[in-house]
Design a protein around this ligand. Structure first.
Ligand code: NAD
Length: 337
């Protein structure tokens, strides 16, 4: 914290549309008089000239010190032979759970009106361990790592989340009938944690069946917890249920209570710099950050202003079928505040 009433938070505007939508967040926060002071750092596709690296110690340290941050999209330079910055951030900050609230936005019509679920994705291992190699020519191998420690940690987070957010069911998503050892261990850990939360219902759903159930009737689910790759896919599927990537927020939870909120979409190079991007996903991510800071009043006010602006229909960006610019849409949200 800075001073007596300002909370310091890290802001990584990122690449492409990142700076435009980050500006929108700053403006909305100013209008809502959110007691946050942003500590802005650039992390993205440009190399830091002083260190010749993509990610500096200062940027990481800023998140570690502040404990909270907001991250715009970062472009991953293709073919330069380095790991995605998102993966590096996750590893360096030990961001072990990716939490995505996924709910129907009142006023924006999609196939379903009653989606209200949370996906919680294990973020550090599984198929994303980066252990791939060629065995002999024509045969490659990729290692999926599941550890008891990481599985217990994410399961614990999921049950704790359910309990503290008034949700009554956790579904573990798996393919343990085939991946008997890896997903088997993941489930075993979920069961162990479930025993500590008798008030929360616990169920296990095979991933293929889960996909079918989600598209048929998403209201069947409440909190879903799963290994890394399944989480990647299922969370995008869920984003599709409520209107797409322009609307979906997320938050990464790390060791020691770090929370780094981020929109799930990329840097949208096709519309970057044109004042066309929809800032909703980053704004709603910022709202999850405010909830994390227990600034629930501010979070609710901003959330309602966003929902009302979209519902009113006068100002919408092109991805939602409107003609508004990023700045006009942002101004409309500020007016609703
Ligand atoms: P993308 O999400 O950037 O774009 C996909 C499509 O969605 C584009 O047509 C884009 O215009 C549109 N779109 C995305 N966000 C939007 C918004 N807020 N408002 C309106 N339209 C929006 O995905 P991509 O094109 O596959 O990736 C582009 C770059 O982003 C790549 O370098 C990729 O590595 C990076 N990326 C970063 C993240 C992240 O930082 N979390 C996530 C995904 C992709």
């Amino acid at each position: 914290a800075v001073g007596s009433d300002l909370i310091r938070a890290t802001l990584f505007p990122g690449d492409g549309i990142g700076p435009e939508i980050a500006e929108s967040v700053k403006q909305v926060f100013r209008s809502a008089e959110v007691p946050i002071e942003w500590e802005e750092h650039y992390v993205g596709q440009e190399i830091d000239p002083r260190t010749q690296s993509f990610l500096t110690w200062e940027s990481l340290e800023s998140v570690r010190q502040n404990g909270v941050g907001l991250k715009g999209p970062m472009a991953t330079p293709i073919g330069k032979g380095h790991r995605s910055l998102n993966l590096t951030l996750r590893k360096e900050l030990n961001l072990y759970a990716n939490v995505r609230p996924c709910y129907s936005l009142p006023g924006y019509k999609t196939r379903y009106d009653d989606v209200n679920l949370i996906t919680i994705r294990e973020n550090t291992e599984g198929e994303y361990s980066g252990l791939e190699h060629q065995v002999v020519r024509g045969v490659v191998e990729s290692l999926k790592i599941i550890t008891r420690q990481a599985s217990l940690r994410v399961a614990e987070y999921a049950f704790h989340y359910a309990k503290t957010h008034g949700r009554d069911r956790v579904s573990a998503i798996h393919k343990a009938n085939i991946m008997q050892k890896t997903d088997g261990l993941f489930l075993k850990c979920c069961r162990e944690v479930a025993e500590k939360y008798p008030e929360i219902k616990y169920e296990e759903v095979v991933i293929d069946n889960c996909c079918m159930m989600l598209v048929k009737n998403p209201a069947l689910f409440d909190v879903l917890v799963m290994p890394n790759l399944y989480g990647d896919i299922i969370s995008d599927l869920c984003a599709g249920l409520v209107g797409g990537l322009g609307l979906t927020p997320s938050c990464n939870i790390g060791e020691g209570g770090i929370a780094l909120a981020e929109a799930v979409h990329g840097s949208a190079p096709d519309i970057a710099g044109k004042n066309l991007a929809n800032p909703t996903a980053l704004l709603l991510s910022a709202v999850t950050m405010l909830h994390h800071l227990k600034l629930h009043d501010k979070a609710d006010r901003i959330h309602d202003a966003i929902v009302n602006t979209i519902a009113e229909g006068k100002y919408r960006t092109a991805d939602l079928g409107g003609t508004s610019s990023t700045t006009d849409f942002t101004k409309a949200i500020c007016d609703h505040l």
